[in-house]
Ligand binder design. Structure first.
Ligand code: SF4
Length: 382
């Protein structure tokens, strides 16, 4: 945890540009795709400097760059030596693999650029070397995606690379040049706006324009990752009423076919995957916990009912059946005008509207008495 806000400084006011170095370790590049799909703010807005209060971001990204070779690598070298002449942030995508294991066979896991060895032959510079050296001078180090934040799929049990996270690499005592620990934006891949919004918030803070955004004890933006998937799920109503999907494609809650949403911290359902569209449960896919440090091992096997679900879904089915039936009865009455109820007939040409049975009427009467106990029911004389 950050000991005190006083231990953090901000950038000088007159900053015109902030550089952002994107460094990939063991990754699939999905986080890059997610970032460029962000819309609020977009990468274009950040690099064009059109956001009020935020300096233009000069992005150094191995896939998006128009320059190549030494011309591309030169700013990395300057930043690693603290000689860039501009403030910069390091954005890490992918897990940190143990390069000492690869070196034993003369290879490397992931790298960027090359240095000449003693024989004058170019040798790749491992990503981990860039991150270690550049983090010393960086205004902030931001781990993007679950591989960088926690280790992710490459760090699953029994992996051959001894993969780990940026936090594992830099350690709990790491502080950026302005006093920040590693910031973590998990997700496989993360929701794109989560990436750009966090970058924009940190830049606003570093410019001294807003207070330090709130991060949780694992360095996640608290406003994005404090709630569970379940709390924002469009299918949560089905869970509450105890109705569950039996197979993929069913419209109900997916918990019995493998959804971990009730315990997973993620906002994908609220935001959608991209531009407010899609998002796992919104398109029928159960949550497999990809934002969590325990992913993937703790959530495997995927698409199987999570342990504990039987208890909670049985409780939900029991109470939900009663609640659902009462709601359906109320709904049937609220789908009629006062006149139609009095006349006992709905003049619709679209279909026959069933009239309530005597039992329905008695139950509804008793239920309404309960609902309006102690208050006046609008439209009634008592
Ligand atoms: Fe919760 Fe998952 Fe069901 Fe959505 S689909 S309501 S997140 S258990």
């Amino acid at each position: 945890m950050i000991s005190s806000p006083e231990s953090i400084s901000v950038l000088p006011n007159a900053i015109e540009e902030v550089h952002a170095f994107w460094i990939a370790g063991g990754s699939c590049d999905g986080c890059s795709i997610a970032a460029v799909g962000a819309s609020s703010p977009s990468v274009e807005e950040l690099i064009n400097g059109t956001l009020p209060g935020i300096a233009k971001v000069v992005l150094h990204h191995p896939v998006l760059a128009v320059n190549a070779g030494e011309e591309f690598i030169k700013p990395f070298r300057l930043a690693a030596k603290g000689e860039l002449g501009h403030p910069f942030v390091v954005l890490c995508e992918g897990s940190i693999m143990d390069e000492s294991l690869a070196a034993k066979t003369g290879g490397y896991w992931s790298g960027l650029g090359a240095d000449l060895d003693e024989f004058g032959d170019p040798q790749p510079i491992p990503s981990v070397s860039w991150i270690t050296r550049m983090s010393e001078h960086a205004a902030a180090v931001i781990a993007v995606g679950t591989c960088a934040t926690w280790g992710g799929v490459p760090a699953a049990a029994n992996n051959p690379t001894n993969a780990a996270s940026v936090m594992d690499l830099l350690g709990e005592d790491y502080r950026s040049s302005l006093g920040l620990p590693v910031i973590n934006i998990p997700g496989c891949a993360p929701q794109g706006d989560n990436i750009t919004e966090t970058i924009a918030s940190v830049l606003l803070f570093l410019h001294g324009l807003v207070p330090l955004p709130e991060f949780d004890e694992l360095g996640r933006p608290k406003w994005l990752f404090d709630e569970t998937v379940h709390r924002g799920c469009t299918l949560a109503g089905y869970y509450e009423e105890g109705t569950f999907a039996k197979e993929y494609g069913d419209k109900e809650c997916l918990v019995e076919i493998g959804c971990w949403g009730p315990v997973v911290q993620c906002n994908i359902n609220k935001r959608g995957a991209i531009n407010h569209c899609g998002g796992c449960m919104n398109v029928g896919a159960p949550c497999i916990g990809c934002t969590m440090p325990g992913f993937p091992d703790s959530f495997a096997p995927f698409y199987k009912m999570p342990p504990g679900t039987q208890v909670s879904s049985t409780i939900s089915k029991t109470t939900g059946t009663l609640v659902r039936n009462l709601r359906q009865m109320t709904q049937a009455y609220h789908n009629k005008t006062h006149k139609w109820i009095e006349e006992g007939h709905v003049p619709s040409g679209w279909g026959h509207i069933e009239q309530p049975s005597l039992l329905d009427k008695i139950t509804h009467y008793a239920y309404q008495k309960l609902q309006y106990k102690g208050s006046h029911k609008p439209g009634s004389n008592n």
